[in-house]
Ligand binder design. Structure first.
Ligand code: NAD
Length: 369
């Protein structure tokens, strides 16, 4: 059994813009070590296409063991056209699935926040999205992406049949619902649980178990149930009605992508994937921006590092209980945006374009203040 080492960070920068954006987080960690005496230990390794190019596998056992003993894993992004035609097991994305599965990261937290400075970047009307702050909690290790039986098989009439199985157990539903209720208590105290209980038995079970847990342990939190298709509509119609949304792997995949686009800026959105706490209160966790490796802009020094920096802020808050430092970092990002500094992807009239590293340095300058 590999023990989690307190305050050990593993940086897996990955492919494309990954190394550029994770590089800015590394600067911030070093700054915190020097100026706030936080004593974080940093280790690094290859993942995704970069690992395949060197070792012939998207993640080596060594990198994976390092992840197992790290309190926090920060991941940049993996993938790109160079590796698209590899066989399934060698593809960069397999590294992510292995990490999520083996670290048992069952809860994926995706905040969708609309920065007031960037409200014009959304395709929705400013009054619909301005001030938006919702958190989607997606179950990450169960449901149809992992259920058995699965596969493609020939059938009698010469056709083929594709099979996937959607399953959830009481404990799988309860542990992710607990994460959602606990988060809501620190926010606006409201949880919306989404499923398709009208047409799926697994959805009916989801609804019943969330309701039962609520009655047992979380009566103080406001709970409502919503069908996932309605939730998708409501996210466009009136997204500010939501605080925390909890849902399964499949619906969470789609609803969280939809919610992130309400904000109009992929380069700004962080995410966290959390495991269960052990009896010593230790938890494995991985933090990553929601964007991919952006091969079209890789190597140009223009990628927006804010999503990765805010993912690191989530690590400070959820893994290390350093709320003060997380607040300071989030505030520094706001200040830099208030000053009109923008990477290319979020440029608008009257703002000043900065590079990836200038953005990171401007954020550190505000931490200094
Ligand atoms: P993408 O998120 O990489 O890029 C979509 C668009 O957003 C591009 O125009 C890109 O330039 C822009 N963009 C993304 N991140 C940005 C940033 N930080 N700053 C400025 N602009 C940014 O999605 P894609 O193009 O669909 O995928 C590219 C590769 O990334 C694929 O191989 C895909 O499989 C992979 N991918 C990886 C992850 C991950 O590692 N978690 C997630 C999604 C996609």
């Amino acid at each position: 059994m590999i023990k989690v080492k307190k305050r050990k960070f593993l940086l897996l920068a990955g492919d494309g813009v990954g190394p550029e954006v994770v590089g800015e987080v590394k600067k911030i960690i070093k700054w915190l070590n020097t100026n706030r005496s936080l004593d974080f230990e940093i280790d690094e390794d290859l993942v995704g296409g970069a690992s395949y190019d060197k070792y012939g596998t998207p993640i080596t056992d060594e990198a994976y063991y390092k992840a197992l003993e790290s309190e926090v894993v920060i991941l940049g992004a993996v993938g790109g056209p160079k590796w698209e035609n590899l066989e399934f097991s060698k593809r960069p994305e397999r590294a992510l699935l292995r990490l999520r599965k083996e670290l048992k990261l069952f809860a994926n937290l995706r905040p969708a926040i609309c920065f007031k400075q960037l409200v014009e970047a959304s395709t929705l009307k400013p009054e619909i999205v301005s001030g938006l702050d919702i958190m989607i909690v997606r179950e990450l290790t169960g449901g149809i992406y992992f259920g058995e039986p699965r596969g493609i098989k020939p059938i009698d009439n010469g056709e083929r049949k594709g099979i996937n199985t959607h399953t959830y157990t009481t404990s799988e539903i309860e542990r992710v619902a607990r994460v959602a209720f606990d988060l809501a208590r620190k926010r606006k105290n409201k949880v919306t649980s989404c499923e398709k209980s009208n047409v799926m038995e697994a959805g009916q079970l989801w609804k019943e178990e969330v309701q039962a847990l609520h009655e047992r342990d979380y009566k103080d939190v406001e709970l409502s149930h919503m069908l996932a298709d309605n939730c998708s509509m409501q996210l466009l119609r009136n997204p500010k009605q939501f605080d925390v949304i909890v849902t399964d792997n499949l619906f969470g995949d789609m609803l969280s992508d939809q919610a992130s686009m309400l904000t109009g800026s992929l380069g700004l959105l962080p995410s966290a994937s959390l495991g269960a706490k052990n009896k010593d209160g230790e938890m494995r966790a991985m933090y990553e921006p929601i964007h991919g490796s952006a091969p079209d802009i890789a190597g140009k020094g223009i990628a927006n590092p804010i999503a990765t920096i805010l993912s690191f802020a989530m690590a400070l808050r959820y893994s290390l209980d350093l709320d003060k430092e997380a607040d300071a970092l989030e505030k520094a990002v706001q200040n830099v945006l208030d000053d009109g500094l923008r990477t290319k992807d979020i440029m608008s009239k009257g703002t000043k374009e900065v590079s990836t590293s200038q953005m990171g340095e401007a954020i550190i300058a505000y931490l200094q203040k």
